[in-house]
Design a protein around this ligand. Structure first.
Ligand code: SAM
Length: 219
């Protein structure tokens, strides 16, 4: 799944992942990270999620990364604000107030651009990627996050054919992040009855896991 695949999805309006409201787990569990309001928060593969505005409303500087210019444009249009735009390496920054959206490929984000980051949030980013991409994603995230950064990760586990979204079992989350983050599984929710699209794909269970992570100091 390359960036063109996602850009096409946005063009065709096939955006079933978009919640259209602030994620309930984000609201419940973000405060548990204990990040100060002034902390800057990285949101990889952010789409045009309402979660971005919620994080900014908590006082955070928010740095989202999204490859679809349409999604970025729609985020600002829906917010009724006009962003400034300027090139930044291989990407383009769209910024207004506390929010900066880097439009381009997450894998092109330079660690220089995230030096100020102290928090991160992943909903439907890791699970949007293939197994090979997930390894590259975790490695790139590691290169971008300063030591001590704290994050909230939402992962989905189910037994249905390949996505996106892809099933990512807790063991894989532990293998991707466990060597460089302290990991705590905060909750496991059963989504089988509510997320009927997985039943249609043949799943017999659907679980959502919420994780709190803290980047450890490099030795
Ligand atoms: C499943 S959606 C989730 C969006 C958002 N996190 C949410 O909760 O609504 C994945 C998003 O990642 C974007 N995306 C996929 N690959 C990307 C990449 N390599 N770099 C930046 N954005 C990417 C897609 O355009 C899409 O908007």
């Amino acid at each position: 799944m390359d960036t063109q695949f996602w850009q096409q999805r946005w063009r065709e309006g096939i955006t079933g992942w978009h919640e259209g409201t602030v994620n309930a787990h984000l609201q419940s569990y973000w405060p548990k990270l204990g990040l100060p309001a002034e902390a800057s928060v990285l949101v990889p593969l952010c789409g045009r999620s309402e979660d971005l505005g919620w994080l900014a409303d908590q006082g955070h500087e928010v740095l989202g990364v999204e490859c679809s210019e349409q999604a970025v444009e729609e985020w600002f249009a829906n917010s009724g604000v006009t962003p400034e735009r300027k090139p930044q390496g291989a990407l383009e920054v769209w910024s207004e107030g506390k929010l900066e959206l880097l439009c381009g490929d997450f894998f092109e984000v330079d660690p220089q651009d995230t030096k100020q980051v102290a928090g991160w949030y992943d909903r439907a980013a890791l699970i949007a990627l293939t197994k090979e991409q997930r390894c590259a994603y975790a490695a790139h995230l590691r290169s971008l996050l300063p030591a001590g950064s704290r994050g909230l990760l939402l992962s989905l586990e189910f037994d249905a054919p390949a996505g996106p979204p892809f099933s990512v079992a807790p063991a894989e989350v532990e293998s991707l992040f466990g060597s460089w983050c302290q990991l705590e599984r905060l909750v496991e929710s059963d989504l089988f009855e509510t997320e009927t699209k997985f039943q249609k794909r043949g799943a017999s269970f659907v679980l959502e896991h919420v994780w709190a992570l803290e980047t450890q100091n490099e030795d």
